[in-house]
Design a protein around this ligand. Structure first.
Ligand code: SF4
Ligand code: SF4
Length: 158
């Protein structure tokens, strides 16, 4: 199976700041699903942009590197997708930005279309839930352990 996911563009975030709430950022002592204390201007920009932690500087969500159309920008679509190289290989992680959005048929269908035909696990989640699909054969246990670790509030960016 193919393993590659699209990573071709480097889009501008524009008014989106979804990852600044959804993701854990230990560098600013921020847990998952907590708005960063440094968000400014209606949560649309970073108040410490020039000195933000390297983990913020290095992060690009899946949309930013080319997944989906303009309608899939996380603040519009309601899900932040990230492509991660985990212990069980390339993984697409989708975290909803609005409660319940991650379970909507539109989002589930879109997420599955990204990993279909590829050896890529899919983890979908929200503030209080996780669901895993497309797990590579034989990797079920390590995937389950990884998902459990995501509940750790000190977990680094996902
Ligand atoms: S979620 Fe993606 S598009 Fe939105 S601010 Fe973060 S990196 Fe930029
Ligand atoms: S420090 Fe800035 S870029 Fe990093 S999470 Fe906070 S607001 Fe976002």
């Amino acid at each position: 199976m193919k393993t590659s996911l699209p990573q071709v563009k480097q889009r501008s975030c524009g008014d989106c700041s979804a990852c600044c709430t959804v993701l854990a950022v230990p560098g600013v002592d921020k847990g998952r699903y907590v708005p960063c204390q440094h968000l400014r201007q209606g949560n649309k920009c970073c108040g410490i942009y020039e000195s933000r932690p390297e983990e913020c500087n290095a992060y690009s969500c899946g949309w930013k590197v080319g997944i989906g159309t303009s309608a899939h920008r996380p603040d519009r679509f309601g899900v932040v997708f990230s492509i991660e190289n985990t212990a069980f290989g390339p993984t697409l992680i989708g975290l909803e930005t609005r409660p319940g959005r991650g379970e909507s048929p539109e989002v589930v269908q879109f997420a599955r279309s990204i990993v279909r035909g590829k050896d890529v696990a899919l983890i979908m989640g929200g503030k209080d839930w996780r669901r895993v699909t497309n797990v590579p054969p034989g990797k079920e246990r390590i995937v389950a352990e990884y998902v459990k670790s995501l509940s750790n509030p000190t977990q680094a960016k996902e």
